[in-house]
Design a protein around this ligand. Structure first.
Ligand SMILES: CCCC/C=C/CC(=O)SCCNC(=O)CCNC(=O)[C@H](O)C(C)(C)COP(=O)(O)OP(=O)(O)OC[C@H]1O[C@@H](n2cnc3c(N)ncnc32)[C@H](O)[C@@H]1OP(=O)(O)O
Length: 280
C-alpha cells in the first residue's frame, strides 16, 4: 500500500485507489497510472475549515509527500462550495487553547501546501472566500467553475488578513491588485478572477475541470522532479521563511487581535447575518 497512514483503503477499477481518513473530512484518491492524488474536502455543509479538517489536510499532505506523489488536485466533494474559509466558530467566543491549536494547524497546513515538492492544482468547483481562497492561492495552478466567487474578504468581516495570506495573493496577482482587492475585501466572480490572473482557466463542469487540472500536471511528466521541486522551493523560499520566522508572533497576534471585543462583535454580527441568510 502506497499510503500507509491513510485508512480504509479501497481498490477501484481503472487503477484509482480511494482513501478516507477515519473522520472522513477529507478523502484522497490516487491514480496509480499517473501518481496524481485528488484530495477532496468534504466537511458539510460548506467545507469551513475547523481544527479537525485542517489536521486531516495537514496529515494527508505529509503522507503524500512521503509517498512521492507526482501531483495534487485539491478540490471539494461539495460542488458549489470549494471552501467557506476558516470556520468562524473557531474564532467566535473561543476557547483560547483550542484557538491556538487551530491557528498552529492552519499555519502547518499552509506551510505544507505552499512548499510541497509535487505540483499542485486547485480545482475550484465552488465559492472560495477567505481561507478557501488561501488554499487555492497556495497551489501552483487554479481551474475554476463558472458563476463562483473567490477572494480574501476579511476586511468585510472587520478582520485583517495576516501577512502570509497577503503574500500568497501578492505572489499570484501582484502588489497593486492585491492592495485594491484586500482593502475592499473584494470577492471576484470567476471571469473577473481570470482577468486579473487570480485563476488560470475557467471550466464548465467537473469532468472538464479534472481534465484541465490533469493537463497542467502532465506538463511536468518530462521535467526531472528534483529540478522542478528545487526551483519551486527557491521561488517560494522568501515567503515561507518570512512566515516560519514570524509564526510565534503571528499566533500571538491572532489570539490577541481575535479576542478583542470589537473583533468578537464583528464576528458575531457576521455569523448572525450568515444564519439569517440561510434561514431566509
Ligand atoms: C482574526 C484574524 C484573521 C483571520 C482570518 C480569517 C479568514 C477566514 O477564512 S474568515 C471566514 C470567511 N468566510 C466567509 O466570509 C464565508 C462565509 N460564507 C459564505 O459566504 C457562504 O456561506 C457561502 C458562499 C460559502 C455558501 O453559501 P450557501 O448559501 O451555500 O450556504 P449558507 O446558507 O451561507 O451557509 C450554510 C451554513 O454554513 C454556515 N457557514 C457558512 N460559512 C461559514 C464559516 N466560514 N464558518 C462557520 N459557519 C459558516 C452558515 O452560517 C450556515 O449555517 P446554518 O445552517 O447553521 O445557518
Amino acid at each position: 500500500m502506497a499510503l500507509r497512514n491513510l485508512s480504509k483503503l479501497k481498490i477501484h477499477k481503472f487503477g484509482i485507489r480511494q482513501f478516507s481518513k477515519e473522520a472522513n473530512l477529507v478523502s484522497v484518491a490516487v491514480n496509480d497510472k499517473t501518481g496524481v492524488a485528488t484530495l477532496n474536502l468534504q466537511r458539510p455543509p460548506v467545507n469551513s475549515l475547523n481544527l479537525e479538517i485542517l489536521s486531516e489536510i495537514s496529515s494527508t499532505l505529509t503522507d503524500l509527500e512521503k509517498n512521492k506523489t507526482r501531483g495534487l488536485i485539491l478540490t471539494s466533494k461539495n460542488e458549489g462550495i470549494f471552501s467557506a474559509g476558516l470556520d468562524i466558530m473557531e474564532m467566535y467566543k473561543p476557547d483560547v487553547e483550542r484557538m491556538k491549536k487551530f491557528w498552529t494547524t492552519l499555519q502547518d497546513t499552509w506551510i505544507k501546501l505552499y512548499s510541497c515538492s509535487f505540483p499542485s492544482v486547485a480545482l475550484i468547483n465552488g465559492h472560495a472566500p477567505a481561507g478557501g481562497c488561501l488554499l487555492a492561492l497556495s497551489c501552483e495552478y487554479r481551474v475554476m467553475f463558472k458563476n463562483c466567487t473567490i477572494g480574501l474578504n476579511e476586511t468585510q468581516l472587520g478582520i485583517v488578513a495576516p501577512q502570509w495570506f497577503i503574500s500568497s495573493m501578492r505572489n499570484v496577482i501582484g502588489q497593486r491588485q492585491t492592495e485594491s482587492a484586500l482593502t475592499q475585501g473584494r470577492m471576484f466572480k470567476t471571469e473577473e478572477a481570470l482577468s486579473i490572473g487570480m485563476i488560470d482557466e475557467v471550466v464548465e463542469n467537473n469532468e472538464e475541470g479534472v481534465a484541465r487540472a490533469a493537463a497542467f500536471l502532465k506538463r511536468f511528466e518530462r521535467i526531472p522532479p528534483m529540478a522542478r521541486a528545487m526551483t519551486k522551493k527557491y521561488i517560494r523560499k522568501e515567503t515561507i521563511e518570512n512566515m516560519v520566522k514570524n509564526r510565534e508572533e503571528d499566533l500571538k497576534n491572532f489570539v490577541t487581535y481575535g479576542t478583542q471585543p470589537a473583533v468578537q462583535e464583528y464576528l458575531g454580527a457576521y455569523l448572525q447575518s450568515l444564519k439569517k441568510k440561510s434561514k431566509a
